[in-house]
Ligand binder design. Structure first.
Ligand code: NAD
Length: 262
């Protein structure tokens, strides 16, 4: 039997946290990974090395684009399409600011809307024609439990993540009769730099130790009282990118220690 050509994936925001775990896992699965992020030069180089090691010494690429800028996204996608296109697109990059809506900085709203939602709209619309032409594709959007339920202080985060789940469902319906799928993954608390910043801000705001602040975050919302592991989120993504998941369409798959069951 002839070997299938190596699949190529873009994982946005894969210089740290969940995105890095997804990039590593897809590399282990034999996928050629294009890593992306806005980390420091050191972080970007370390991530690329990490992903290359996960690939067993195989090659990985690194690309940079500020996802707040739709022209930068268009240039990035043009380069990727010129270089062979994408079989897998994982929209993972995201940002979070927490504040009551009447104290929320309007510029932060603009940035969150751009990175958490509009970026996925642009990458999907620009990746889909190539997937269709090649007859196979997988799109996975990393949403959040905040795409399914809301929390006070997270109006922009909940709005963008609910939007991302809606975008996912609509794209899944537009591709329902094609060998291209689109799904969302909705993690609860995962211990990554994004959440560590929230723990530190809770600790300093409330005069708590770091561990007491972490326990309070989990205690309030996540019945398991344990953080989800980034590697386990990556395993769900790996499944959604497999041939076996060909009829999983428009799902918003929670992995959350019971967060949305409560
Ligand atoms: P992280 O802060 O560790 O990583 C975020 C990544 O996004 C980084 O690589 C960063 O460079 C990139 N990024 C941010 N702004 C960007 C921009 N303007 N342009 C390009 N890249 C940009 O965060 P994480 O916790 O790994 O989160 C990854 C995704 O998972 C996010 O979409 C987040 O909302 C989602 N999520 C996280 C959790 C959690 O508990 N950590 C839970 C649910 C969902």
């Amino acid at each position: 039997m002839r070997d299938r050509p190596r699949r190529r994936a873009l994982v946005t925001g894969s210089t740290s946290g969940i995105g890095l775990a997804i990039a590593r896992r897809l590399a282990q699965d034999g996928v050629h990974v294009v890593a992306h992020g806005l980390g420091s030069a050191q972080e970007n180089a370390a991530a690329l090395r990490d992903i290359g090691e996960a690939a067993g010494g195989g090659a990985a690429e690194f690309v940079e684009a500020d996802l707040r800028d739709r022209h930068a996204i268009a240039r990035l996608m043009q380069d990727l399409n010129d270089g062979g296109g994408l079989d897998i697109l994982v929209n993972n990059a995201g940002m979070q600011r927490v504040a009551a809506i009447d104290r929320f900085v309007p510029e932060d709203w603009d940035d969150m809307l751009a990175v958490n939602l509009s970026a996925a709209f642009h990458t999907i619309r620009l990746a889909l024609p190539g997937m269709r032409a090649r007859g196979w594709g997988r799109i996975v959007n990393i949403a959040s439990v905040s795409g399914l339920v809301a929390a006070a202080g997270k109006a922009p985060y909940a709005a963008t993540k609910h939007g991302l789940v809606g975008l996912t469902k609509a794209v899944a319906l537009e591709t329902a009769r094609e060998p291209v799928t689109c799904n969302a993954v909705c993690p609860g608390w995962v211990l990554t730099p994004l959440v560590e910043r929230q723990i530190q801000s809770l600790a300093s705001g409330e005069g708590l130790s770091r561990d007491a602040a972490a326990a309070r975050l989990l205690g309030a919302k996540q019945p398991s009282q344990a953080f989800v592991r980034a590697e386990d989120v990556a395993a769900v993504v790996s499944f959604l990118c497999s041939d076996a998941a060909g009829e999983v369409r428009g799902a918003a798959w929670n992995i959350d220690g019971g967060y949305v069951a409560a």
